[in-house]
Write a protein that binds this ligand. Structure first.
Ligand code: AMP
Ligand code: MG
Length: 472
């Protein structure tokens, strides 16, 4: 019988002690495996035991994984614009870094495995709902080609977690290129710990930007990745929900799936998070907020640069150039979605007019693009003079083989909020099959098949989820 086999090299745990706290995952009373990601395990060169109970024992935190060094990372951040000097992994434990098949390094982290030094008032636990949501959405994002953390395993703990009501506990095994956040840099900058900041910077460069010539170049590289990431989110109608600086990744990947959701009806000011009263993290505002977050990263890097007005001017210039980069990436993605492979600023009007039409006619974001390529399974196009005029302009501009191009950039299926809600409610009632069915359908997002067809419908009014509560 195969035992668990994987190769660790825990470089973060070799950083100075003040970068983290040493932790032990809490004991789960009756771990049982909900999901195991065989493809990802394979990329990570992990051989799992045949026995699902053994896998559950490892990925609940019950059985220590040989070679792991469990720690919780220190970080801080701006939450909804307010600086919180101490956050840290309050409900996550980093087991270590797994070296995969091609030599790539994967952080392996348990999320929901109990209290740590950073838990404050929290219990360090997760309940089943957010674990299933993160599993589905992060894997969907990955398959859509959007840089993201991933899900290796979901385990039910057999313990009760108390929120407003008693709920079943679960642990998600999250995998990421690292867990370096803007907030990790802020942590050392805010403490005036220049040595720590320098070590973090060197570490981040070695891990993600080996070509970077210094902090300025590093900032530019992070901004380039984040610009593309946010434009990519916008192109699939993704709303992160909590773009705090601690949830903003130095490697430009999507991290910390909480009250996230995909647009159904297109409206640029859509917000799902129940705690986002002012729409700071609404769909459209994500493009502005990421610039604010990069401004915070620039500030945190200041102690590493010459103390001079020129430095500030230079950093300001770089951050101020970001909206243009986002606009460019956005134009590229939306151009491709409209069958225009070489979009230029001259196409911005056409793209914006289409979005305005979608808004005016309260159209479904995902299905309306599909309808333009002739697939009207999910929705019909409007029959108005304004739409006809737009269509004529579009028909004159799009590529000759626009349908083939659009088919590669317009998913049939995205994990819709009401479907995720249905998965969670079914799971709470003891039926996991909706979770497995949706997960299966999400593997082929661009194909209209019986499996994907089941998930393309816009929610009925009674199915619309009004607010998604924070992932805790
Ligand atoms: P988030 O906005 O979900 O990324 O979390 C923000 C901060 O709250 C992080 O420091 C988390 O570790 C912490 N946190 C969230 N939920 C819990 C919990 N249930 N127990 C302890 N800490 C938590
Ligand atoms: Mg977070």
């Amino acid at each position: 019988m195969a035992d668990l086999s994987l190769t660790f090299d825990n470089s973060y745990a070799r950083l100075p002690e003040r970068f983290f706290s040493v932790e032990t995952p809490a004991h789960a009373s009756a771990p049982s495996l909900i999901a195991w990601n065989t493809d990802l395990a394979n990329d990570m060169n992990i051989t799992a035991p045949d026995d699902r109970a053994e896998i559950a024992a490892y990925f609940s935190g019950n059985t220590p994984i040989p070679g792991s060094t469990p720690i919780a990372q220190a970080y801080c951040g701006h939450q909804f614009g307010h600086f919180n000097p101490q956050l840290g992994d309050g409900r996550a434990i980093l087991l270590g870094e797994v070296i995969g098949k091609t030599g790539a390094r994967f952080d392996l982290q348990l999320k929901g495995s109990g209290r740590t030094k950073w838990s404050r008032q929290g219990d360090g636990r997760a309940w089943l709902g957010p674990v299933l949501r993160e599993y589905l959405v992060s894997e969907a994002m990955h398959i859509l080609g959007i840089p993201t953390t991933r899900a290796l395993a979901a385990v039910a703990t057999g313990d009760t977690v108390y929120r407003e009501t008693p709920l079943p506990g679960a642990v998600l095994t999250r995998v990421a290129s690292s867990h370096l956040r803007v907030g990790t840099f802020q942590y050392f900058a805010a403490r005036g710990d220049r040595d720590g900041l320098q070590q973090l910077f060197d570490y981040a460069c070695a891990r993600h930007y080996p070509q970077a010539t210094g902090p300025i170049d590093f900032l530019k590289s992070v901004i380039a990745k984040q610009s593309k990431l946010i434009a990519h989110w916008l192109s699939v109608g993704f709303i992160h929900g909590v773009m705090n600086t601690d949830n903003c990744h130095i490697d430009g990947i999507t991290i910390d799936y909480g009250p996230c959701a995909f647009l159904d009806t297109y409206h640029p000011q859509t917000v799902y998070s129940s705690i986002d009263q002012y729409g700071r993290y609404s769909y459209d505002n994500q493009a502005a907020v990421i610039v604010w977050n990069m401004g915070q990263l620039a500030s945190a890097l200041l102690p590493l640069l010459p103390d001079h007005q020129d430095t500030i001017d230079h950093l300001t210039e770089i951050v101020h150039a970001m909206p243009d980069q986002i606009a460019q990436a956005r134009r590229q993605f939306f151009g491709q979605k409209l069958g225009i492979s070489d979009a230029t600023p001259a196409d911005d009007r056409l793209i914006q007019d289409w979005l305005d039409l979608m808004q005016r006619h309260q159209m479904d974001f995902t299905n309306s693009f599909r309808a333009l390529m002739g697939d009207k399974t999910g929705t019909r196009l409007p029959d108005t003079p304004a739409f006809d005029a737009w269509y004529a302009a579009w028909a004159a501009r799009r590529d000759a083989d626009y349908v083939a191009g659009m088919a590669l950039h317009n998913p049939v299926i995205i994990p819709r909020n009401h479907q995720i809600e249905h998965v969670i409610q079914s799971a709470l009632a003891g039926d996991m099959s909706p979770f497995y069915d949706l997960l299966h359908a999400l593997q082929t997002p661009y194909d209209l098949t019986p499996a994907t067809r089941a998930y393309i419908d816009h929610p009925r009014p009674d199915q619309v989820v009004q607010a998604t509560f924070c992932g805790t």
